[in-house]
Every structure is written in C-alpha cells, then in structure tokens.
Design a protein. Sequence first.
Length: 145
Amino acid sequence: MKRLALFTGLIGAGFAAAPASAGEVVITVTDLRSTKGVVRACMTTREDVFPKCIKDPESHRVVVPAGEKVEIRFTGVKPGRYAIALLHDENNNGKADRAMGMMPKEGYGFSRDAPVRMAPPKFRDAVFEQGETSQRLTVKMRYFL
C-alpha cells in the first residue's frame, strides 16, 4: 500500500521536453472517463525512479489537454529501454489526488498496460525497447474509483 501512496504523487507539476536527438514515441491514450483537465506523461530509462520519473532530469515529460482523442508525442528519443507513466489530472492541480490517503482518485496508465496490484507496476513490467525509428504505443487509462 505504501508504494501505491508513493505512486499517487508520481507526476509533479511542471514538465519540460527532453532535448532532441533520435527517434520518436507516439502514444495514443484510450478510455479517458472525461475531457476535463490534462494528461501528464513521463518516460524514463531509470528503474530506480519509475514511476516518479520527475526525479530523472533526463526523462521525457509532457502535459496535453484531456480530450476525446489524446495523442502524446515524445521526440528526440535515444535508443534504449523506457517505461511510461500517465496521469489523468482531471482538476489540473499538478498532482495525483488520492482517496483515504492511498487510492488514486484520478486515472493512470503505464506502457505495456502494466498491471497495478496494490502498488504501481515495476519498471520491468512497463519497459519497452525503443530503437532509432518512430514507435506507436497505446495506453489504456484506468481508474480506481
């Protein structure tokens, strides 16, 4: 349960794009329950900070408006092993709101649709290989409440 509480604070307020250099990762986000707020996305190579990749200064991070169709694009992605965490920040307050201090009230999603079992997924469950070309992924937004 403690890891779930840590996860719900995963994605902080400000996001900046990583410097350009190689390929591109395009994410289609499905199953948003509303068009309110924004979708916050981060992508990291660091297992030790996932899913709180805000702690990785070299992570790719972006915020896009929530909508009927949401597409997130990371450019300048160097080849490597990455994992992605998404947050549907419905009230756009820059944090993952929680109920009873533990359960996420807002939507979340991970690359490879990594499962959440009383805690955020492990890096190894969400990791994917990125080469030098473009890659398209689909991430389903999930809601606990």
